[in-house]
Ligand binder design. Sequence first.
Ligand SMILES: [Zn+2]
Length: 232
Amino acid sequence: MDIQQILAYQKQDFEILKLERQLDESEDKKIYHAMINVVKDAQNKSNNLEKEAGQLIKQYSDLKKAYDDNIKKCGELVNKKTSDISKEELEKLVSTTKGMIDNIDILEKKMLAFAEQVNSCLGEFDAARKRYNDARKKYTLHKQAFEALSNKLKPQIDSLKQEIKKVEENMDPTFLSKYKQRRADKVFPIFVPVVDKACGGCRMELPSANLDKLKRNGFLECEHCRRIIYNN
Ligand SMILES: [Zn+2]
């Protein structure tokens, strides 16, 4: 294994990694990803509220109808000529009218309560729509900013990748594949020197048997962090 070649490769690859991280950790990316959920939630909320408002309005109009019917009937009773009815009938009429007035009173109170519910539901609906619109705006804004960054960095990444591909052709395939596995697992750097009898990556001290192995073979896989330790 040509350690100098591998280290040079790792250094070159680090330039790619830095650009990839810049993209991955972009605030704009985080924000526009977060906005996807906000948009979805606000949309669900406003859909549910729309349904709820529809039901409330229907219930309200049923109440209103019952109220209007009562008012109409009451008016009819009040306007009835009393001269040609008996005393008993008159008493009955008075009691029915009284019952209807009580009914109207109850219906009025219910309608008021319903109107309040409808209003608060519509208020929540407006708030949810606003949240939806704001989140959409924010999503578009940050997605565009991220895409601008991506358009700037992607060509740089691609050209660096093409450069190291040429180096890869001359590398030991076993080490290269180990390298790529660990890089995919977000381990970096992958090749590290031994430092004071410890792994230069995770600082875990190496048992003497492993140190012997390292001396013998020139490299050793760290049992703790899986980096490849080289003897310098
Ligand atoms: Zn280690």
